[in-house]
Design a protein around this ligand. Sequence first.
Ligand code: PEP
Ligand code: MG
Length: 324
Amino acid sequence: EKKELEQYIGKPTITKDGVSVELVANIGKPEDVEKVLQYDGEGVGLFRTEFLFMDRNLMPTENEQFEAYKKVAEALKGKPVIIRTLDIGGDKEIPYLGLAKDENPFLGYRAIRFCLDRKEDVYKPQLRALLRASAFGNIKIMIPLVTCIDEYREAKALIEELKAELDSQGIAYNKDIQVGIMVETAAASLIADIFAKEVDFFSIGTNDLTQYTMSVDRGNDKVSYLYSTFNPAVLRSIKRIISCAREAGIMVGMCGEAASDPMMIPLLLAFGLNEFSMSASAILKARKMITSYSVSELQAVADEAMSFATTKEVEDYMRAFINR
Ligand code: PEP
Ligand code: MG
């Protein structure tokens, strides 16, 4: 099977009826770019920067972060590299950040909420490092756990402030750097039409979108039977987020686990997803699948899948479709 998949190295990711999509990778450390290149990833769709902050006693400095981001940007040689700003919270232990334990960590003081509250010591150094690294490749900034437009505006204003600072210091950066959001909360999904008019791109985080749509802790086995991206509520949310992006003419990707799910890929193609981001080792299999479909033949499949009332009906139908 490995040999068979290797045929897909260097091939474009395009459907039988000519729809091109981007097939990119999720990474956590700069060293992971080797695998991205090995499996012919067309870029990085999600760099989870929290790994740079974990397993150490002190926060990485602006310069350390700059070196890490620059390394990835250079290795990808102009291909897109979407770097997500710190997505940390009460559930992940980073002792030196001095975070108290939240009673409800997934609904608490985390990600963009934390970063906007810690601009001087945490957010500004990271954003400055990202801007400086953007002179060395095609870096895009992505903001996690956004729920309202104010959060995006505040982050964007901070980026503009830092750009002016870099200008005054004569330090190079990409003036046109794109700033997008993870769409991974119920609130962001419901106002995706409003966000689409203001942000540069979307990436759908289905791991959290499923958790926050179904009110199910993504790590709790007792309620995991409710946790499915094929739940009709989650599917409707995904479909609408993609429509809102397409209507506004912005790029929409997906970096949650669902992006590499063989039963989900046909639906995402039918909905019009532009970019699929997954672990590097899943890329060639996904390229094989995507190039075997016509988007036009998938429309009826998606319509049928969207007509069911239960998760099980959707899953049974999609399983039968991919094994047809
Ligand atoms: C997601 O929520 O789908 C996602 C990609 O981010 P993480 O798994 O890091 O929360
Ligand atoms: Mg998430």
